[in-house]
Design a protein around this ligand. Structure first.
Ligand code: NAD
Length: 351
């Protein structure tokens, strides 16, 4: 057996259906008494329910979370936390809201709890991405990991089917890159494979019936595992490409992951045979890149970067940015090959 290092996580995870009702006891277990509830403007109703559950322990709601964690929004939220005397924050939402919670924790030290409602997985990672001006930077800070994550399957049932599909494929991307991570360990490999199995079987069911409770539970379970992979092992070319496209062209997060992933799988396939075999176990087919491309097509997900608003003129610059910094990838990253697969991804062609 190969040598390995495995990093365990400090986050307490509560998983189930209706588990949001356990939020008051989880807040209490952390010794917190005044919780600022965070959400996006779209999720004020879900946040209001949690606020009611908290009763006297609710210090207020900040409903201004937006994608990419702009520092101006964080500053406003930090000021709110101060003015209401909050001793903790509770993010009710997806990666945008959880990102805001992390940014508040990074500045104030307030502990965060999270109730994730998408499959993005931010709640299980120490990664904090923030935007200032038009520049997005990312850092790893152990202290921004939520102390407690409560997964309540019921809260995910309102996530519209198209958003669920792309969010689920976003989670699959974490699992795929964990399978060939440079610092992979046996536990991360098990989690990644199990995550892909759960997401591959549940997403088609959710696309047909978004309120299928069993499928929702399976998908959230897969998303938790994928998020844990993202938080514990290093990512590679796929995450780099998506970071570049999101930052340089403002492309939507989960949709970008969905379009790019089959192309990066095809690129890395010759150098990551075992990873490809594991993806094929979850997504049977002649080759894993096409199996994923076909899955996205069957589920009505976007498959072309041009449909996400990327200009054709941006391909050149994106390829340049993708190869600019050195980072590990199972196959050396070659500029002309990146340019070629970005061109196919832009047009929506097969990987
Ligand atoms: P999001 O949080 O922006 O949510 C997308 C939209 O769906 C929002 O309007 C939200 O209010 C709505 N929504 C969420 N859950 C819902 C539900 N159950 N019912 C109805 N509507 C719901 O999107 P996301 O894809 O979860 O997160 C994307 C952001 O998270 C990006 O900024 C990305 O960079 C970041 N992210 C960070 C990490 C990390 O480790 N730091 C990991 C993944 C994503």
């Amino acid at each position: 057996m190969k040598e390995f290092v495995h990093r365990g996580q400090i986050t307490k995870v509560v998983f189930g259906s209706g588990t949001r009702r356990r939020i008051p006891e989880e807040v209490d277990a952390l010794g917190c008494r005044r919780v600022l509830v965070l959400c996006t403007p779209d999720q004020v109703d879900q946040a209001a329910e949690i606020r009611d559950l908290l009763g006297a322990a609710a210090a207020g709601t900040f409903a201004g979370a937006v994608p990419h964690t702009p520092v101006e929004v964080t500053q406003e939220a930090v000021a709110r936390a101060g003015s209401v005397g909050a001793d903790s924050v509770l993010a009710v939402g997806g990666g945008s809201t959880i990102g805001l919670g992390k940014a508040i924790t990074a500045r104030t030290g307030l502990p965060q709890l999270a109730l994730p409602t998408t499959y993005a997985g931010s709640e299980m990672t120490p990664i904090l991405g923030e935007t200032e001006g038009r520049i997005k930077t990312t850092r790893r800070l152990a202290e921004v990991l939520p102390r407690t994550v409560v997964y309540d399957v019921e809260l995910t049932r309102t996530l519209p089917a198209p958003v669920s599909v792309v969010s689920g494929i976003n989670a699959m991307a974490h699992a795929v890159e964990a399978l060939y991570a440079q610092d992979q360990d046996p536990v991360a490999l098990l989690m990644a494979g199990e995550s892909l199995d759960a997401l591959a079987r549940s997403l088609p069911l959710i696309a047909r019936r978004p309120d299928d409770a069993e499928a929702r539970a399976d998908a959230l379970y897969g998303a938790w595992l994928a998020g844990t992979c993202l938080g514990t092992v290093g990512m590679a070319l796929h995450h780099k490409v998506c970071h570049v496209l999101g930052g340089a062209f403002g492309l939507p997060h989960a949709e970008t992951h969905t379009v790019v992933l089959p192309h990066v799988i095809a690129y890395n396939a010759p150098a990551a045979g075992e990873a490809m075999a594991r993806i094929t176990r979850a997504l049977p087919g002649d080759d894993p890149a096409n199996a994923l491309f076909d899955l996205a097509g069957r589920l009505g997900a976007p498959r072309a970067l041009r449909d996400l608003g990327m200009p054709a003129s941006g391909i050149e610059r994106a390829a340049e940015l993708v190869v600019r910094d050195g980072y590990w990838n199972p196959r050396p990253v070659d500029r002309s090959a990146v340019h070629a697969f970005l061109t196919r991804a832009w047009a929506g062609e097969r990987p």
